[in-house]
Design a protein around this ligand. Structure first.
Ligand code: G4P
Length: 522
């Protein structure tokens, strides 16, 4: 098969949701349809305590969660599906956001009894701002949920995106009858044993459906569908691919109901890997030369070895097991012979992979997050990964001052790896670390101790708003405790404002100072 054909087969996406919306259940059901696992419940042993694919780190086991996004791959209807899992909001880290740079689309799972929940709003918004195609799955229609139109309106308002219901539910909870499938023009009846019966619209008039037709839920949904057909948005694949319209599906991951329909339409509509911007111009996925970038580094999956795995999103060409590539940042050649690919609950070695696939490669401590590896004779780098504004800040100090060497080494490496963001006080060697979620601090503290033998103390300093300064505009006398002057890891001057109020006050008082917001998303 040609590279072109291989690339067209790839569908690489992330599933994002609020915890408990049903992401795990939906993933398991999709894997079932992909015939990858015999029994649901092997993806994540969250509650059942079963084997969990991503329970690599002790901390994950302790908390029973998956800290870092895991990767699943399965063949489905002639396609190669790659699913990247992302942790829920309490477990947020920059990894969660960076995962979005490695996918071509996202599936947003929303609990239809709840709608969009506060903490995940930001993750959804990041997708929206980056223009990633978003597919929405309203889950749990087998429970009493909110009105479908109300749920869609919320998405339109919060994400400023058009919605197009691909199917529409008649009733919910105990009174859930099925869905109107607007693509096939069939009513998909929900039968209690989890089976689906597809009835073409024009056959609904038959006597055997008289009882169904008379039910209020059916009639209401039918009216609403007619209204949507007449006055609602029209479907546009171009708008979907531009991230401006989201196809909406209603179903139940648990029943399961509507999952196969969802998967089939999703697979058809979701984009294959596209071109990517680099320092040397655009790279097409079908180019002969292999290239990819590292979006995540996971350390110490095996505590007996200092083993790290770098996760690579392949952006062009074909990967083979024993190939050599160049690391663009250093120009050094690296042999990738120990590569691994993650498939559901196994860690198997792969022979080849193509643009769109995610591979895990052994990292002998040479990679940084955002690194490009390529076979190309003229090395290039993919666009830098965006940095996301930390939401939490803490001062960090070594418990044992005698061990400062380990402390500095640990901080340097973990910061370089992208595990945490670092700021240094202006004239002292005091450090402030920033993260987007509490868990990132826990992991940082754990790894400092376990990998660098450095016990650290973290002290909360609350929220901060960082703004960068031009070096020539640094005048130390104008800053106070509400606007702390610090340096970033590369010694660029930054002000950490205590809140929006102190930021605005400063702007009023010092209009001559340029405050630069380096973060793409706020
Ligand atoms: P998450 O990964 O997004 O955190 O959610 P997960 O799939 O673990 O689902 C959270 C809870 O919601 C689970 O129940 C799960 O069984 C339930 N659930 C998921 N999809 C559906 C659905 O379509 N309908 C209904 N009614 N429930 C659904 P739990 O009691 O918390 O856990 P468990 O003991 O059932 O595993």
């Amino acid at each position: 098969m040609s590279i072109q054909e291989e690339v067209q087969k790839r569908k690489t996406f992330a599933i994002i949701s609020h915890p408990d919306a049903g992401k795990t259940t939906l993933t398991e059901t999709m894997l079932l349809f992909g015939n990858l696992i015999r029994e649901a419940g092997t993806v994540k042993g969250k509650k059942s305590g079963k084997f969990a694919t991503s329970d690599w780190m002790e901390i994950e086991k302790q908390r029973g969660i998956s800290v870092t996004s895991s990767v699943m791959n399965f063949p489905y209807e002639g396609y190669e599906v790659n699913i990247l899992d992302t942790p829920g909001h309490e477990d947020f880290s920059e990894d969660t956001y960076r995962t979005l740079t490695a996918v071509d689309s996202v599936v947003m799972v929303i609990d239809s009894t709840k709608g969009i929940e506060a903490q995940t709003k930001k993750l959804f918004k990041v997708c929206r701002m980056r223009g990633i195609p978003i597919f929405t799955f309203f889950n749990k229609v087998d429970r009493e949920g909110r009105e479908p139109l109300d749920l869609m309106e919320e998405i339109e308002e919060v994400l400023e995106i058009e919605t197009y219901p691909m199917n529409y539910p008649a009733g919910m909870g105990k009174r859930f009858l099925g869905t109107f499938d607007r693509q096939s023009n069939e009513f998909v009846r929900y039968l209690q044993n989890g089976q689906e019966e597809r009835v073409p619209y024009d056959e609904l008039e038959a006597d055997e459906y008289a009882e169904l037709r008379q039910q209020e839920e059916f009639q209401m949904a039918q009216d609403e569908v007619a209204l949507l057909d007449e006055a609602g948005e029209s479907f546009s694949l171009d708008a979907v691919l531009a991230g401006e319209q989201t196809p909406v599906f209603f179903g139940s991951a648990l029943a399961p109901f509507g999952v196969e329909t969802f998967l089939d339409s999703f697979i058809e509509m979701a984009p294959a890997p596209g071109s990517r911007q680099t320092t040397e111009g655009v790279v097409e996925p079908t180019e002969e030369d292999f290239s990819g970038f590292i979006f995540k580094i996971q350390a110490n999956m095996n505590p007996n070895h200092r083993d790290r795995i770098a996760f690579v999103r392949i952006c062009s060409g074909k990967f083979t097991r024993d190939m050599s590539v160049k690391l663009s940042r250093t120009g050094k050649t690296i042999n990738l012979s120990q590569s691994q690919q993650f498939v559901a609950s196994q860690r198997g070695t792969i022979q080849e992979a193509y643009a769109g696939d995610i591979i895990g490669i052994y990292d002998p401590n040479v990679y940084h997050i955002g690194d490009t590896i390529t076979e190309s004779k003229t090395p290039f780098e993919f666009d830098e990964l965006p940095q996301f504004p930390p939401e939490l800040y803490k001062t960090v100090t070594a418990k044992n001052v005698m061990k400062s060497k380990q402390f500095y080494k640990g901080i340097e490496q973990l910061v370089q790896e992208g595990a945490i963001q670092l700021f240094k006080k202006f004239h002292t060697e005091s450090f402030i670390v920033g993260a987007v979620g509490q868990l990132q601090f826990d992991v940082f503290q754990y790894r400092m101790k376990n990998e660098y033998n450095s016990d650290v103390m973290l002290e909360d300093i609350g929220e901060r708003i960082p703004r960068w300064l031009k070096p020539e505009q640094v005048d130390e006398s104008i800053f106070d405790s509400r606007s702390t002057l610090v340096r970033d890891r590369e010694d660029n001057p930054v002000v950490l404002f205590k809140n929006e109020f102190s930021l605005n006050l400063f702007k009023d008082r010092h209009p001559e100072v340029d405050l630069i917001d380096l973060y793409e998303v706020n």
